[in-house]
Design a protein around this ligand. Sequence first.
Ligand code: DC
Length: 337
Amino acid sequence: MNKVISIRGAVTAPNTEDGIRSASARLIERIYFKNGIADKDVVNIIVTVTNDLTAFSPARAIRESGHAVPLITAVEPNIAGGIEKCIRVMVTANSDSEPYHIYLNGARALRTDLTDVYAIALDGPSGAGKSTVAKLVSKELKITYLDTGALYRALGLVCLDNGVDVKDGNAVEKCIKDVNVDIVYQNGVQIVTADGVDVSSKIRTPEVSMAASAVSAIPYVRQKLLGLQRGIAEKSSVILDGRDIGTVVLPRAEFKFFLTASAQVRAKRRFDELIAKGQTVVYEDVYNDVVTRDKNDSTRAVAPLKCAFDATEINSDNMTAEQVAAFICSTVNGDVL
Ligand code: DC
């Protein structure tokens, strides 16, 4: 590493020892994480604090959360109209990357130009309720929703329509190489297109589910869809639901959740959904599909379904989609807004 960068950050906190401790530690944690740095890269941290935060020293909180780096605290001048109860830091570090500044809680108002965009990764097995929850969260937080499974489904459909064996990596690659899969939003609803044709409703059949699961194990397919997913997440705040969002697509997402439920509960939900759409299905077939897809998705070599080390796991067996969405929104609101 041959560059020294200055990373700015700020957070607001209640004037209590616990409040200052957790806000300071979280701010540093996010700065390290988003910038890919550790204590060994840090030259020093300058901490300033408004004079209404008196219950504890933020620099001490940072040190006591385990960071053995040179630290100094100073009190901010009292500026009329300035943001209250605010901790600001400047982290000087060795890094080859550009600095990624972090503004949390009420301090987001200081630099909306820098950190207006955040991402929520919602991973989990099929039928756990991810898409229902993601839609509720996107509505509540007024952020974009990207159903990444729809992209794999669109490619699975293209293969089926062309009579291609979805398990044959070479044949699949040849078939989809020049296919342009894209997402457009009409009145806030996600439309998936393959070469400009809206395939949103055709991709919701059990055959396409299995085809999507098969093609999603092919490295070429995953690579093809990576840029599209990241591009959407860069432009605006998003919630992405999928299998590898927190582990591969957006490893630095601000928020990561892993939504699970038992296979029986998930199969029943999928069954009810398909029946409600007027499709003729048998519960046992839906259950077997769920189990087979679980196995495919979690045992494949590339980007297998797994809970990211820093994701919060939610078991929704005894929770409604509304309860799960409320939990996610309150986590995000508590930390970001
Ligand atoms: O979430 P879904 O049922 O629409 O996904 C269809 C298939 O696509 C699923 O079996 C696994 C795959 N998939 C994936 O591998 N990675 C994602 N991010 C999303 C879906």
